[in-house]
Write a protein that binds this ligand. Structure first.
Ligand SMILES: N[C@@H](CS(=O)O)C(=O)O
Length: 237
């Protein structure tokens, strides 16, 4: 019997790691999961990603079906999902980046597959506010939302954000974030060494269904359902 493709092997390893924690009765999100359970899961994720990166045909080579660059924005390309996690490949053109955002109750692991990306972290004004309808301040009120797919609502003002730090990384550097750690924005690094820009692999657990996008320049915060550019290698309509 032939062995599974590296990306399939990665998905199977992840499924097993999450199933093992579920079997122990653990809630699999950063808010409810015990510290011990998270440490086991984090080690399992890091091990599985490391094996994927060095496997013959793994890493960037395995991302070929999910490589979609767009002229105006970065793209989100779903590899696999279930109720515990979603795994996706993001393609960042030069100069492209995400807005400052949160990750709801999810754990977020990010590693570069090719090129280099820059991550900037900020404080989370909603730290501890897991209720999406809870205001961050008495001044908060509805604001006109932007006309973009998936937008649910917007509020103003945009809370003041403090930059906590910046890192730049290439293949092999694995980042982890959750809403307790802070918000972040990611962009293709100016010194990237991939002609097209950069390609990253993201694991969110559980899948992120709703995010806050912080827009200081518009003085608003937008709530949005994250969209997909492709799913299983097939372009979404
Ligand atoms: N969380 C972002 C990518 S990044 O900026 O980490 C997304 O999934 O679109």
């Amino acid at each position: 019997m032939s062995s599974p493709a590296p990306i399939e092997a990665l998905v199977e390893e992840l499924k097993a790691a999450f199933a093992a924690e579920r079997k122990r009765g653990e809630a699999l999100d950063y808010v409810s999961q015990s510290g011990e359970s998270f440490q086991r899961l984090d080690a399992a994720v890091r091990g599985a990603v490391d094996r994927f990166l060095v496997a013959p045909g793994g890493g960037f080579a395995a991302a070929a079906p999910y490589l979609n660059f767009n002229d105006t924005h970065y793209t989100r390309n779903l590899v696999a999902e279930n109720e515990d996690f979603e795994l996706m490949v993001l393609c960042w053109g030069k100069g492209q980046g995400s807005r400052v955002h949160n990750h709801a109750r999810s754990h977020g692991w990010v590693t570069a597959l090719a090129g280099r990306v820059e991550e900037t972290r900020y404080n989370n004004p909603r730290d501890g506010l897991h209720d999406y309808s809870a205001p961050t301040s008495p001044r908060e009120g509805p604001a006109p939302p932007p006309a973009l797919p998936g937008v649910l609502a917007a509020t103003a003002p945009c809370p003041e954000l403090q930059e906590l730090g910046k890192v730049v990384g290439g293949p092999g550097a694995l980042l982890y974030i959750n809403d307790g750690i802070g918000l972040h924005a990611v962009r293709c690094a100016d010194d990237t060494n991939l002609e097209e820009g950069a390609v990253t692999l993201h694991l969110y657990a559980p899948p992120v269904r709703r995010v806050f996008l912080y827009e200081p320049e518009e003085d608003r915060v937008v709530q949005r359902v994250p969209g997909l550019y492709s799913r299983g290698g097939v372009r979404c309509q």
